[in-house]
Design a binder for this molecule. Sequence first.
Ligand code: SF4
Length: 106
Amino acid sequence: MHQNTILGLIAQDAIEHWRTAAACQSADPELFFPVSATGPSAEQAAAAKEICGLCVVRSECLSFAQRTGTVHGIWGGLTEQERTRRRHRSMVVVPAEPGKPARRTA
Ligand code: SF4
């Protein structure tokens, strides 16, 4: 096996290692993927967030979702909408050049 491949696998293993400590490992995966933000789905999301609240790798989980652009599901205790709002709040508004609109950047 090529050395870069081996190093890549080791790095990938280190990156993914946090999953072994996830509090949701024995939970129902459907809790973490509610189909909407209302009704029974809201109760599902609340149950998932309770589990996330006890999770020791919550920040790693949230970082993974944000780094990989994961769209669906609850990661790091936040819903898709909450992660999107968080990402927008952390963006910097670049002042507009004359004749151009202002823009946001990470
Ligand atoms: S933060 Fe929540 S979704 Fe992420 S690993 Fe922990 S329990 Fe699972």
